[in-house]
Write a protein that binds this ligand. Sequence first.
Ligand code: NAD
Length: 361
Amino acid sequence: MTTKHRITLLPGDGIGPEIISVAVAVLKAIAAKHDLEFTFTEALIGGAAIDETGEPLPEATLTACRQSDAVLLAAIGGYKWDNLPRQQRPETGLLGMRAGLGLFANLRPATILPQLIDASSLKREIVEGVDIMVVRELTGGIYFGQPKGIFETETGEQRGVNTMAYSVGEIDRIAKVGFETAQKRSGKLCSVDKANVLDVSQLWRDRVTAMARDYNDVELSHLYVDNAAMQLVRAPRQFDTIVTGNLFGDILSDAAAMLTGSIGMLPSASLGAAGTPGVYEPVHGSAPDIAGQDKANPLAQVLSAAMMLRYGLNEPKAATEIETVVNQVLDQGYRTGDIMSPGMKAVGCQKMGEILLKLIG
Ligand code: NAD
């Protein structure tokens, strides 16, 4: 029986439309092979939405997202909108969508593809085989805790304040995503905190430890964030799934991404409560410097579509097939400019898409 999924497409700005059209073509080809039916609804976000409607996240876009099973986003932003007031900037649309859909978990894989190993700034023997998923809490912690601001003390001195706070509910829901993600991978979960110094981290550690009893098939470990940063660059292969708070996750996921050395290859997922659609998007931005020139690497967008199938639509076989063909194009030596190396075959965004389609058959 055919399984139906409703997908909202948000091409956004810059290279967005070019790379998302490759991902859509790949999804259509995959659907035909796996007895799936996708309904695509395209909506405006970012600069494209500002130009059309005057605001970066029109209500119609949020409604379309809410009515779908998953959202595939490309990227937003560009020089043209950089000087607008904050409320009208493309980034405000992105933040509004995350808040509007209650996306509290950010999943960022850092996988070393053997064909691109020399793009890493670390030695081959350190990064070979690295396959890490960072699960970062996205809507709580020190970026949102109150009080926050710059205040004046009694002596007239300015004092900057942010508050790191997590409630039991906030910790439990992200820990659950961590355990479930580990279950879908190799069953190893490392929770990162600073429980030796921070009370908020002690509560985090207590709750994660307690939840481990419900996941006998997951092997849980804990690391302090300073040690985790050190271990990530010393021996990254020891990690499988990492779950951590907003600030620590922000920093560690960028460090983990750099292990792979190629921004045009990295997908991500932002997830909310069960039953709400997740948003799947490349880690990179809208690359206005190469927009409209057929130079963009569409593979991070295509791998974001694979993440959508695996984590949002529960179609792991279709996801694996996409990941496999991405590996095959690289095996066959095809490269866009950002991942080009001597002896490889240079292709543009469109051509890369055509080769993917041919491999899917
Ligand atoms: P960027 O990721 O867009 O680009 C950084 C560099 O990487 C550029 O040289 C670009 O050409 C290259 N690059 C990025 N993606 C590529 C791809 N798929 N293929 C080939 N090369 C690629 O970051 P930036 O230049 O700092 O930001 C550009 C715009 O994107 C800004 O307006 C920024 O606000 C926005 N941005 C959006 C998001 C998002 O939508 N989530 C994330 C980051 C930046």
